[in-house]
Design a protein around this ligand. Structure first.
Ligand code: GUN
Length: 351
């Protein structure tokens, strides 16, 4: 049997279309345009990409976005002062502080400084606390786990009494996903690095959410036939390229594998370093010396493929429903963020 694919792109598209209609109606009824403030501290490349995607998605549904970029050297006081300014800004209905923050900043204090009415990530301790408590409802639910629940609903999963297993207990995904499943009366197991005999525990799952950040960890014999499998992982799987060879970084001494720009296909590649053809010196991506311009150097690449935490090709032969990577959970995170921002704006406008 081959599992039915849960199409995150299509489902996220419907959420976004609903948000666009909701935004238009809110503006027409109240004159309030929903606004999202993004706060990006430092230069983490993945975070830059995520924030860019979030702001672009806002523009597409009529939500205003206000981008704030602070240097990695910012102090705790500076970051918290920005959050307080945004709390007070009436144009802003949602505040998103992209995680992780650079080392040295106190994430807990920054998240706690966000007004719970603007906490569209749902990470404020009051919102997370209410998510975990019986009979309480948070103002906002974290976007990725909420997106997972929507995917499961669309795929017809029954929650009440189902055996649900969450692999991973991160604050962003695993823990809130577990709380949401419990709220829906699933019988819950949360697995982590100390869990004994993972395959046996996972095999009991009618609903399996994998969020550990370990490429293709969940194998076919970990999965109950017919289970709903949600794959939150986004991992780079490095592939061999015919032109790959080893370079020694002239700055750090590390040895890295890569091939030259002109031997590479576009797409599915990542920058691995630089080669100075004149001197023959190579530099890994992280160790281009200060003041040395990349201009005039040959770019070196590695080939990769995005894979989830689930061995998709094998598991799809066992599961009943499964999300692909990419195209499963990823698009839902942004869709839920837009939906949360609209909800914040509606509440602010008394709607
Ligand atoms: N980093 C990874 N995922 C998320 C998310 O959903 N929200 C924020 N703020 N940071 C993240």
């Amino acid at each position: 049997m081959t599992a039915e694919l849960i199409d995150g792109v299509a489902i996220a598209g419907r959420v976004r279309a609903d948000v666009a209609v909701g935004v238009e109606k809110l503006v027409a009824d109240t004159g309030v345009t929903p606004g999202l403030a993004t706060v990006l501290v430092g230069e983490n490349a993945a975070s830059q990409t995520y924030v860019r995607a979030k702001r672009k998605a806002c523009a597409e549904v009529g939500i205003q976005s206000f981008g704030h970029e602070l240097p990695a050297t910012s102090t705790q006081q500076e970051v918290e002062a920005l959050v307080r300014d945004l709390n007070a800004d009436a144009r802003v209905h949602g505040i998103l502080v992209q995680l992780p923050l650079p080392d040295g900043l106190d994430e807990e204090a920054v998240l706690a400084a966000i007004s719970i009415e603007k906490d569209v990530d749902g990470f404020h301790p009051i919102n997370i606390g209410k998510l975990g408590m019986k009979g309480r409802d948070p103002l906002f639910v974290p976007c990725t786990p909420d997106g997972c629940m929507r995917l499961l609903e669309e795929a017809g999963a029954q929650f009440s009494g189902a055996n649900a297993v969450v692999l991973g207990r991160s604050n962003i995904v695993g823990l809130p996903a577990a709380m949401l499943l419990l709220k829906r009366d699933a019988t819950l197991t949360v697995c982590h690095s100390r869990t004994k005999d993972l395959p046996t525990v996972c095999r009991r799952a009618d609903i399996l959410i994998a969020a550990v950040g370990w490429g293709e960890m969940v194998k076919a014999d970990w999965v109950k036939p017919g289970a709903h499998v949600i794959d939150v992982g986004i991992n780079n799987k490095w592939l061999e390229h015919p032109a790959d060879r080893e370079f020694t970084c002239a700055a750090s001494g590390e040895i890295f594998t890569a091939h030259r720009q002109d031997e590479s296909e576009k797409g599915g590649r990542k920058r691995a370093g630089y080669l100075d053809e004149k001197s023959g010196a190579a530099y890994s991506r992280e160790h281009l010396p200060e003041g040395q311009s990349a201009e005039g150097l040959v770019k070196l690449f590695r080939k990769y493929k995005l894979v989830g935490d689930v061995d998709f090709e094998a598991v799809k032969e066992v599961a009943g429903h499964i999300t692909p990577v990419p195209g499963g959970v990823g698009p839902m995170t942004i869709a839920q963020l837009l939906s949360n921002t609209l909800r914040g704006a509606r509440a602010a406008a008394g709607k």
